[in-house]
Write a protein that binds this ligand. Structure first.
Ligand code: 13P
Length: 341
């Protein structure tokens, strides 16, 4: 298969009606934080047991087309000895890999950050591909303050995303391009809309400069939301309208799918907001889907508590969340469905 055919086949597998992506690619510090909240230590064995719980959940493949893994997971095995990427494949879930190495302060732009990990990326991708990965993810983050993100922050982060995406496509790996405008702060929804528009505008300009083929990538943006500390909350219809308004201005129709991150929203909020987008914009030029970590996993962690005897209950919770998020992907979610839990 040529590179183009490989990219096309991966897009076909990832972009399916009613399905989205599970992000299970928490870095060591992030998974340690999630585990600590349920009183667990982040050991290699605990991480293996947890991710194996997610991937072996029966029926998960009915709602998930892909899963983003962290490097060590590619080499870990389920209890029956099957490599975890293979467990995913058997469920019809395409394995992907987080390839960025996290953020550092961006020099010359106080409070802005930039993501590392380009050195040796092509070689790393070759290895991940032999281990089963067919797509990759790279995240840039943009804090909102009165002065951030700066123009320099917007440009530098866009450049990194585009360079990463170009390297991925050259290796036959579909890039998920993730510019995350952070929820922290007390900014208004309108301010988030303005920042998101500038950020995405710069990202697509950079993707064009770096000759990234838009048909063979996925965009993973944050939704347009008021800051966490902002007094006025926004309901799902408003979030959906404002988010899609921005996306229509700056995301070319050639991009096959937009897979939102949940970004610290509750599972219910992230589900209701995605649902509203699919109800209000069934004719949008791209699929409106998900690539959630916390909104799919937090209820599972709470049910699991690191105990073997809770595995079945935790898998039921995961399956239930996947069903509801899959419904939101089709615009068929209703808040009453939460009560069935
Ligand atoms: P959240 O859905 O928890 O925001 O995580 C998505 C993700 O992959 C962040 O990089």
């Amino acid at each position: 298969m040529g590179i183009q055919d490989e990219l096309q086949a991966t897009i076909r597998d990832l972009v399916q009606k009613g399905k989205g992506i599970l992000a299970a690619d928490e870095s060591h510090p992030t998974i340690a934080k999630r585990f600590k909240a349920i009183g667990m230590e982040s050991t290699e064995e605990n991480r293996r047991a947890y991710r194996s719980l997610l991937l072996t959940t029966a029926g998960a493949g009915e709602f998930l087309s892909g899963v983003i893994l962290f490097e060590e997971t590619l080499l870990q095995k389920a209890d029956d000895g099957t490599l975890l990427p293979m467990v995913a494949w058997r469920q019809g879930i395409v394995p992907g890999i987080k390839v960025d190495k996290g953020t550092v302060p961006l020099c010359g732009a106080p409070n802005d950050l930039v993501t590392q990990g380009l050195d040796g990326l092509a070689e790393r991708l070759k290895t991940y591909k032999t281990q089963g990965a067919r797509f990759a993810k790279w995240r840039e983050v943009y804090p909102i303050t009165d002065r951030n993100p700066t123009a320099l922050g917007v440009e530098a982060n866009a450049e990194m995303l585009a360079r990463y995406a170009a390297v991925c496509q050259e290796q036959g790996i579909v890039p998920i391009v993730e510019p995350e405008v952070l929820l922290d702060g007390d900014h208004s929804l309108q301010r988030c809309a303005e920042v998101t528009e500038s950020v995405l505008h710069a990202v697509f300009h950079a993707l064009h400069r770096h000759r990234v083929t838009l048909e063979y990538m996925l965009l993973k943006p944050s939704m347009v939301l008021p800051g966490k500390e902002h007094a006025r909350k926004a309901d799902p219809d408003e979030v959906a309208r404002e988010t899609v308004k921005v996306l229509r201005r700056v995301v070319p129709a050639a991009v096959p799918s937009i897979n939102f991150l949940s970004g610290g929203q509750t599972a219910e909020q992230a589900t209701a907001n995605l649902n509203a987008m699919n109800v209000l914009f069934p004719q949008a030029p791209w699929e409106l889907s998900f690539s959630y970590a916390r909104a799919l996993q937090q209820p599972v962690l709470d049910a699991w508590q690191g105990r073997r005897e809770n595995v079945t209950a935790a898998q039921q919770v995961f399956h239930f969340r996947a069903v509801l998020t899959g419904a939101a992907r089709r615009g068929q979610y209703r808040p009453e469905m939460e009560r069935a839990a």
